[in-house]
Design a binder for this molecule. Sequence first.
Ligand SMILES: [Fe+2]
Length: 272
Amino acid sequence: MLKTITRPLIGTLLAAALLANASAEEKVLNLYSARHYQTDDALYANFTRQTGIKINRIEGKEEELLERIKNEGSNSPADVLLTVDASRLAKAHELGLFVPVKSKVLESRIPANLRTDDWFSFSTRARVIVYNKATVKPADVQNYEDLANAKLKGAVCTRSGSHPYNLSLMASIISHQGEAAAESWAKGVVANFARAPKGGDTDQIKAVAAGECGVAISNSYYVARLMRSEKAADRKVMEKVGVIWPNQKTTGAHINVSGGGVLKHAPTRKRR
Ligand SMILES: [Fe+2]
């Protein structure tokens, strides 16, 4: 579940930005990336080895990069934007930052529900439930709906509700159950808070392990990162914590994506 489904496709998207650019000058692709995972380094190195195209990577936070590309307008040096969460990819689309890409490779390898005309998903992540094995029964936290159950009063921790990971989860609940049900769910979750929202998903998992919270929601890769951590303390955290793939009998776990698109003002497109 945690593996990246289509990582080599990032390379295809990068190549799409450079197609037909046959000039003799050194080929460089300017990549704005909100992904900062070490695994991506190997990917870029392979891309350069196979194509001779250097990657000039500018890393930044998701919202900052969107703002930057918007402000740079037609002078933007950015060719491709990689970011996380469908909400931000959709935002980039709404701002008109992307240009449609036609690629048989992308179309054949990425399922239709994970791509649009101008942005493409490269990996998936699930929003999972983590619980303290000593204080919470797994049977009580099988579904997102359970987090609003008064049984969990004073037990629920989460990062800010305005963070895109939670906004996207909320959007999926609105889509499945309608606005009224989603709102009463959100109110129920808030009524169960163990503390005011703070920190990121990893902080919630650690607080669950420490017993400050009974249950929290987290993106699946944070769970995997702690499980595989070289730090013994991180692995100890995961010994205290159980993980649930929510709503297996109804809608399934909420899945989000990371992905990217070719930018409308990409210099490599202008040079064609
Ligand atoms: Fe994240």
